[in-house]
Write a new protein. Structure first.
Lengths: 115, 259
């Protein structure tokens, strides 16, 4: 495959570049263009566009490849109820814990402000 | 027999059919399949024959949920579109558009000939440039220390939060104004401009908040001036970093609706 657009961002230079032939296409830039721009024709193979639209919204966030994102600790889609069945109790538990913590902090702040 | 479909990348003007065919013939497309051209009176569809085991309706739906597959396919799709766009006025087609046969693709070209011609005339001799502007994060002021030591910690905390909030609001207003400034200054070099939603900071891996994520359609002869102007803005504005990508095929400026 041509490496015309597929170089990684790793070699980015600090200076603004005039990317002529050496454009590293970042995945988010690419996906926001080719998933929902361009000619929309209904092919014979029909993909449920609603599903794809949903994916588009999620994917628009993605700059790095999945591996790179995971290496960076970015794995939100694995916990996203719309993308994963692994919603799990942990998120609910975390929400509950945070809510309780807010209540405690608010009480502490009010108690402090009274005296 | 393995069932196959025809994956459509783009529709282009075809002034020199043989030349375009020889260019695309050297390229691997989606799933590293060969790329070929299907000509029709002055237009050409750029396609690959694809197995329906991967690009049929059900597999496609499954594959579109697989981010690694999406990335690989998107890059291959783009490589083809970009190459074609360097040789001819090109209308890119959305990712993963698959037909049963070449004839079905030709039917499409015939049915929507007028629209396609209009779109191609619009982008011919132009390229898309992407411009992103990031607010350079301010170093947090030492304002927290201004709180008198006598105030109890809860009150101090609230005061500090209030002051940080108003700083943030001021800064957000200034940044929004900067984004408008960059967007409109560069607009004078372009025949059209579009704004995409800013990308998520968690994943852009760039310092600062993305203020602007725009695309411009710029005449080929004005590309250098456009980029120079963006560089000049990048250098002149202390609180904004301006980043240019391109030239891209005119993805953001071809918007034929569904028919």
């Amino acid at each position: 495959m041509s490496d015309f657009w597929s170089r990684t961002n790793a070699a980015r230079q600090p200076q603004l570049q005039h990317h002529q032939a050496a454009q590293p296409a970042n995945l988010a830039d690419l996906l926001e263009r080719i998933l929902d721009k361009g000619i929309v024709v209904v092919g014979d193979i029909k993909v449920n566009l609603l599903d794809v639209e949903l994916l588009t919204i999620k994917i628009r966030l993605l700059v790095a490849s999945v591996d790179r994102a995971q290496a960076l600790g970015i794995d939100w889609w694995e916990h996203d109820p719309t993308l994963s069945s692994r919603v799990g109790q942990s998120m609910l538990a975390e929400n509950r814990a945070l809510r309780e913590r807010i209540v405690r902090l608010e009480q502490a702040a009010e108690g402090g402000a009274d005296d | 027999m393995i069932e196959s479909g025809v994956y459509l990348y783009a529709v282009a003007r075809n002034p020199e059919p043989d030349r375009l065919a020889s260019v695309t013939g050297r390229l691997a497309g989606v799933a590293t399949l060969p790329v070929r051209t299907v000509p029709r009176t002055g237009l050409v569809a750029v396609v690959s024959t694809v197995p329906l085991g991967e690009f049929g309706e059900q597999p496609l739906r499954r594959n579109l949920e697989d981010l690694a597959w999406v990335e690989e396919t998107a890059r291959a799709h783009h490589a083809v579109v970009a190459l074609v766009a360097r040789h001819a006025a090109t209308a890119p087609v959305r990712l993963a558009t698959v037909f049963h046969s070449d004839e079905r693709v030709l039917d499409l070209l015939a049915e929507r000939r007028a629209e396609i011609d209009t779109a191609l005339s619009w982008v011919a001799g132009h390229a898309e440039w992407g411009v992103k502007a990031y607010g350079v994060p301010e170093t947090p002021g030492a304002d927290g220390t201004a709180t008198p030591g006598r105030v109890n910690p809860g009150t101090a905390y609230l005061q500090r939060r209030r002051s940080q909030r108003s700083d943030r609001e001021r800064s957000a207003r200034r940044m929004a104004a900067r984004a408008e400034e960059v967007f409109s200054e560069l607009g004078s070099y372009a025949v059209a401009a579009r704004r995409h939603p800013p990308q998520d900071p968690r994943l852009s891996r760039q310092a600062g908040v993305m203020l602007l994520n725009a695309a411009y359609l710029v005449g080929d002869q004005d590309g250098d001036d456009f980029v120079a102007r963006a560089e000049e803005l990048d250098g002149r504005l202390d609180d904004v970093r301006v980043e240019v990508t391109g030239p891209w095929p005119a993805y953001s400026f071809i918007s034929l609706g569904e028919a």
